[in-house]
Design a protein around this ligand. Structure first.
Ligand SMILES: Cc1cc2nc3c(=O)[nH]c(=O)nc-3n(C[C@H](O)[C@H](O)[C@H](O)COP(=O)(O)OP(=O)(O)OC[C@H]3O[C@@H](n4cnc5c(N)ncnc54)[C@H](O)[C@@H]3O)c2cc1C
Length: 492
């Protein structure tokens, strides 16, 4: 059954241990560092919970028949991927594509795992059953899962077991009859502070000897011993919504997750000390594709926002008809259209596996991931180029308008035809929060790294792309001529 925003907020009042600015936060929903993000996620919950959106954003739970969020759908074909995209696009539009790790992100991973629980059965059947039961539980209760699947940067030159302390990277410290004890840390739990469950696993390759880190488990955020160290909150530092319209509402926060001897009962263990299955869960299930397909649907919304803002500023400044400005707008539009197109292509080129689960088109999904780390910073640069100093020549904060002398000067000098001061400043402060503020800068880092270090993503693309198709063309081209000058058109 879908939850309302109110249900979600009430669920956050547990024993979670979230730290920010040296303070232990007992109620994230009320704390200025997290309040804005919690309210935004609550609105996302309300959206799917609204009966008017049920047909578009939910499907009947196969176990209870009640409507559940479409982000949890295990797709069985192109139509399911299309339905899923429509729901995920609407979800992303509610936050303008600015919350990368809302409830719908890890939902896709869990659907991918549950669709291929047989991969987990290679360990033991009970692990596959745990995956299925956990997936059904979070789906039917509409829970918000975040994840931490990358070890912290301590010494990247050494595998987990060769670090100064074998329990620096989160892993098994003790095996008990009723479960396992996990110790160590993992990065970088985006949204963890405001979610219900954390999935802990490892996506980076593990070496022989790293078996303790070769796990997949789920823990409630309020679990004893789980500590969430949030980075600085941009929402808390913001002067007002008018000054920082995005940071105040969509700062999902990212955290270092520390497992201080966290007990995990066996029924929440999906992979146990198995390097092969830890790796297979990403590559032999559609989890990574479904999760990243969602991420790209979200990304395409953000690119539309970026393009729309660029046009609005150009129009306001009277530069929108200048040919070079049209060129910049065209470049922004082309990237937005390309990402949308690659999302559509993932549906069209999906593949059904032997269990009847639809995997979004691989080449298109990884192509987007590969390119976005390079082009997102470039698009920010294009917008910065377009807006010039306008985003800097602004009142220091909304409080300036309360001073009559300052307000009079701003009303005279900071305005454009058809755009009185308050509107002009509003638009430019929105642009700055998307391309230049600390929030914007974190977003740049996010789009570059959320799918992994760019060099790794690129190298994965080189394994996925159909080079046989490309090489066949090379063979054809080489076969068409020889040293003697013979040329012919070769049949493909
Ligand atoms: C804003 C943000 C949010 C995130 N949210 C989450 C989340 O919710 N959950 C989660 O699990 N993770 C999250 N991540 C973490 C993300 O998955 C990692 O940042 C990513 O996997 C890359 O790992 P790393 O940051 O440790 O970089 P590293 O692996 O340390 O790489 C950094 C750079 O070092 C160089 N380098 C490193 N190793 C090599 C090598 N072997 N060969 C050549 N060059 C190398 C490359 O230049 C590389 O780009 C988030 C990251 C960011 C920035």
């Amino acid at each position: 059954m879908t939850r309302s925003g109110k249900d979600y907020v009430e669920g956050l009042r547990d024993n979670r241990r979230v730290f920010v600015d040296g303070e232990y936060v007992s109620d994230v929903a009320a704390h200025p560092a997290f309040k804005g993000a919690v309210e935004s996620i609550a609105r996302v919950y309300d959206l799917a919970h609204d009966p008017a959106n049920a047909a578009e954003m939910t499907f009947p739970s196969p176990t209870t028949g009640a409507p559940v969020n479409l982000s949890y759908l295990i797709p069985r074909g192109e139509d399911d991927l299309r339905r899923r995209r429509v729901a995920l696009r609407k979800t992303a539009e509610a936050t303008f594509g600015l919350m990368g790790r809302g409830p719908e992100h890890v939902a896709g991973f869990l659907a991918g795992w549950a669709g291929r629980s047989d991969v987990f059965a290679a360990g033991e059947q009970r692990f596959a059953d745990n995956v299925t039961k956990f997936y059904e539980y979070v789906r039917d209760n509409d829970l918000y899962c975040s994840y931490a699947i990358v070890p912290p940067q301590i010494d990247r030159s050494k595998p987990a077991h060769q670090q100064a302390d074998p329990h620096l990277y989160a892993g098994v410290k003790e095996e008990r009859e009723d479960g396992i004890v996990v110790a160590g840390a993992q990065m970088l739990g985006t949204g963890a502070a405001i979610s219900d469950y954390l999935v802990l696993s490892c996506i980076v390759p593990l070496q022989p000897g790293d078996e303790d880190q070769a796990i997949s488990v789920a823990v409630p955020i309020g679990a004893e011993g789980l500590k969430i160290y949030s980075r600085r909150s941009y929402a808390e530092a913001a002067t007002s919504v008018y000054d920082y319209p995005l940071a105040t509402r969509f700062d999902e926060t990212d955290s270092l997750i520390v497992f201080d001897d966290v007990f995990v009962p066996w029924d929440k263990v999906f992979v146990f000390r198995d390097r092969q299955i830890t790796s297979d869960q990403w590559s032999r299930t559609p989890a990574h594709l479904l999760g990243n397909n969602q991420a790209q649907i979200r990304f395409s919304v953000k690119l539309d926002l970026l393009a729309g803002l660029a046009l609005r500023v150009a129009r306001m400044n009277g530069s929108d008809k200048f040919p070079p400005v049209r060129g910049v707008l065209g470049e922004l539009a082309a990237h937005a259209a390309m990402v949308s197109g690659l999302v559509y292509a993932q549906e069209q080129n999906c593949e059904l596996d032997e269990k009847g689960v639809a995997w979004p088109g691989r080449e298109e999904c990884y192509a987007t991931m590969t390119l976005q780390s390079d082009f997102y910073p470039k698009l920010l640069h294009l917008v910065r180029d377009l807006v010039g100093g306008g985003v800097i020549q602004l009142p220091s904060s909304a409080a300036d308008f309360e001073n009559p002398e300052a307000r009079a000067d701003f009303e005279r000098y900071v305005q454009s035809p058809g755009h009185p001061t308050i509107e002009r400043v509003k638009l430019l402060k929105l642009v700055w929060d998307l391309v230049g503020s600390e929030f914007a800068s974190r977003h740049q880092q996010y789009e570059m790294f959320y799918a992994g270090a760019p060099f790794l993503v690129k190298s994965r693309m080189s394994q996925i792309y159909d080079f046989a198709r490309a090489e066949a063309l090379v063979d054809g081209a080489l076969a068409g001529y020889d040293l003697g000058g013979r040329t012919e058109t070769v049949q493909a």
